[in-house]
Ligand binder design. Structure first.
Ligand SMILES: Nc1nc2c(ncn2[C@@H]2O[C@H](COP(=O)(O)OP(=O)(O)OP(=O)(O)O)[C@@H](O)[C@H]2O)c(=O)[nH]1
Ligand SMILES: [Mg+2]
Length: 512
């Protein structure tokens, strides 16, 4: 029934269910309701069911009404529910009634409220709520993760990391939905009950995006975005999108675009239907543009091939520059480590230069090199690089490889570890694994336990002693001398250093 009271559809079902017509596929405008009430009978007078409330929410109906049928065939009570503006009362808002309000059941003959006025007020409330939600330009997202057999501890750090990634991408986190499950569901990652819950939450909170911690297969991606009527992305896509946001150099931009294309290729292969187009834009429509992806697979492949060629050319130029430096025989110290560990801060502290530092993951993308003069007047080049992360998307490995070519000639790896991270050892092994896979683990490594200022005094040093390395605080410049001394020892053999020292003493003796 529409707002004027005219009957627009008549649906006939059986005792168990009524099939809704397909006008549910289109979303009503933001904050607006559909302008239709659904009035149906229940043969048992059980009141509104879970399915009724779900339909109310998902179809954004003005109201869902069930009228009980008595033994004698006459109408019983009419149960009515409508959407409810979010009043912040979370506790009363769980389970079946999340986001809906029920009106007092009355006999149909006694309904005399002015529905027009009621529904207009409700729409205004809903619209107001959405306006206040639109603060900030970030997109609103719900994160989803299933345990999939991981330990609680491991699961939690993963979810935390995903939240951190979302924040770094400029996404506004609305909710985190987790599910304990031995395995990921083949079709929809989470189970069907959880999926329904997720749909309701996303409608209520008016989110733009759902981010899954698990990498989605093309089938899962399609199923999910179809059912959710929302953009659905996975962790890999999120990381790729962050890289796309950050890339500044020509090289970096091309690498990221190539990685994005490679990630989307299998999804393009399956696009038998149009619903997939929802998957394509990155966050805020960044990344390979929609139009580009609207073309067929071959054009995408061609584009990828062109990118690869151009990248190879740029790689050649880089190699030339590096060779020049190698000829000058300047040792290269490369700062590596998990993202956000404080690598750029360290470079800044050591070289007193302006280097971009930010409390965001993947703040640095392109390598930065600076000169550094050691106390004994030796000069080295020190390079800051992109941060690593566990389960690095395969597509990004290639991009890393190119930007990390700088590391190939490294004389010493300065492996920066955030000593205040609870899972620091897991992060260390993630970094080493990536270095290994990139074939860069040959150079000697100095472990640098940064952010010691975040721990009680002495604790950072204890960890450094246990795992072998130096404890520092790049932010407060604590421990830098120790670091330089250790680096010097690793760079130049002791004898050589002793020789230099003797030489200096001799010189002092002569001139004295
Ligand atoms: N408390 C504390 N914070 C630090 C320290 N060093 C760095 N930070 C902070 O950690 C955050 C990340 O620092 P960055 O230097 O950008 O880290 P990064 O390793 O270069 O990060 P990516 O380039 O994103 O991989 C910033 O907010 C820094 O201010 C430290 O010694 N102590
Ligand atoms: Mg950095």
């Amino acid at each position: 029934m529409d707002r004027r009271g005219d009957v627009t559809h008549v649906m006939v079902g059986d005792a168990g269910s009524i099939e809704m017509p397909d006008w549910g596929r289109l979303r009503a405008g933001r904050g607006r309701l559909r302008g239709l009430r659904c009035i149906h009978t229940h043969l048992q007078d059980e009141g509104l069911t879970r399915d009724d409330l779900t339909d109310l929410l998902l179809l954004r109906l003005d109201a869902m009404v069930s009228v009980g049928v008595q033994e004698d065939g006459l109408p019983g009570l009419a149960h009515t529910a409508t959407l409810k503006p979010d009043d912040g009362d979370d506790a009363a808002d769980r389970g079946l009634d999340r986001g809906v309000q029920r009106l007092e059941p009355v006999h149909p003959a006694q309904i005399d409220d002015d529905f027009q006025v009621f529904i207009r007020d409700l729409e205004n409330d809903l619209a107001r709520q959405i306006r206040t939600q639109e603060v900030g330009d970030g997109e609103r997202a719900i994160l989803v993760s299933v345990t999939a057999g991981r330990s609680r501890d491991e699961f939690e750090t993963h979810v935390e990391e995903l939240s951190e990634l979302a924040r770094s991408a400029g996404i506004e986190l609305v909710d985190v939905v987790t599910q304990q499950r031995p395995r990921v569901d083949n079709k929809t990652v989470v189970g069907s009950g959880k999926l329904q819950d997720l749909m309701i939450r996303s409608f209520q909170s008016d989110v733009d995006l759902i981010v899954f911690d698990q990498d989605l297969t093309p089938t899962q991606a399609r199923n999910l975005s179809e059912r959710m009527e929302l953009r659905v992305i996975d962790r890999t896509q999120l990381i790729l999108d962050i890289f796309a946001q950050r890339a500044t150099s020509r090289d970096g931009k091309l690498q990221v675009e190539l990685a994005q294309l490679k990630h989307r290729m299998p999804r393009l292969a399956q696009r038998a239907d149009l619903s997939l187009s929802r998957l394509e834009g990155g966050i805020g429509g960044r990344g390979p543009g929609e139009t580009k992806l609207e073309t067929d697979r071959r054009r995408v492949r061609d584009r990828a091939a062109r990118l690869e060629k151009e990248l190879a050319k740029l790689g050649g130029q880089r190699k030339g520059r590096r060779r020049k430096r190698e000829r000058r025989d300047v040792p290269v110290l490369s700062i590596v480590g998990y993202t956000n560990a404080g690598k750029s801060t360290l470079l800044r502290a050591l070289t007193e230069s302006e280097v971009h530092v930010e409390d965001k993951m993947f703040a640095t993308l392109d390598p930065v090199s600076r000169r550094l003069r050691f106390p004994r007047d030796r000069e080295v080049v020190i390079t800051d690089t992109v941060g690593f992360i566990r389960d690095l998307p395969r597509e990004l490995m290639a991009a890393f490889k190119a930007t990390l070519e700088e590391l190939e000639g490294a004389s010493l790896l300065l492996h920066v570890v955030d000593v205040s991270a609870p899972d620091l050892e897991r992060r260390m092994s993630a970094v080493r694994k990536i270095l290994d896979e990139l074939g860069l683990s040959g150079a000697p490594e100095l472990l640098i336990f940064n952010k010691a200022d975040r721990l009680p005094p002495g604790e950072g040093e204890a960890i450094a002693a246990r795992l072998g390395g130096v404890a520092i605080s790049a932010a407060s410049r604590f421990g830098l001398e120790d670091l330089l001394k250790k680096a010097e020892e690793l760079l130049w053999s002791r004898e050589e250093l002793a020789g230099v020292a003797r030489h200096a003493e001799d010189l002092a003796a002569i001139s004295g």
